[in-house]
Design a protein around this ligand. Sequence first.
Ligand code: GLP
Length: 257
Amino acid sequence: MQIQIFDNYSALSQQLAERILEIVKTNRDTVLCLAAGDTPKLAYRLIAEKAKAERIDFTKCTFIGLDEWVGIPPENEGSCHFFLNNNLFKPLSISSSQVHLFNALSGDLHAECRKMDAVISKTEGIDCMVVGIGMNGHIGFNEPGVSFDLTAHVIHLDDNTRAVGQKYFSEKTVLDKGITLGFQHLLLAKEARLIANGSKKAVILKKAIEEPMHSGVPASIMQSHSNGFIMIDKEAASLLQPATFSAKQKNGHDSKW
Ligand code: GLP
């Protein structure tokens, strides 16, 4: 795992966008799994702008959904589906045949999980996975206590996730379960990037990076990814010990400690 610390959110987003564009330019058949949420918003805007300006071809890419709120329809502005459509697929003119998202309204969520596992198995692997970190350390909806051995699964959301998740919805919404890729998918991704910004993420990031890997802080799984990157701004990195930071950082960009 490598840690990359940026001066601010804008620099982080710029670098993430550049990296995704570089991957797609190198391989038109790229398989991407890109998280929803507030953190990647700017990077996605930059990707769409640059792709248009530089005529970068996304027509052969495949997009895999990371997670979804169970029972929330795609038209709901708080759904991951809605977010990805608006922030990524529409701006990039991605066709629906390129996109595989969880159907969180399915009457058989278990089958939905196996379907997603099968979709991923049929690819040559996820080339790049971009994930955020929840305030409780979750990735996707891999909540504290989750087994690291899972593929796609359905999970009961913890209280913190239900409360924090309200920020995506315009009115109070019952959030009970999530459907998500599991850590086997993350570990097998050829490249994994965890992104976070702002001081509100500093405490959980310190745990994820400096504590030994454990399921109580699911994002600590990143420590065992052979090609994993933690991309954070200075505020999110503010509680990291300099010693940990210098031991784990390689190829950092704009990092000033
Ligand atoms: C959400 C989602 C994650 C997301 C994370 C961080 O609950 N399940 O996929 O990456 O929490 O979200 P944000 O970027 O809004 O802080």
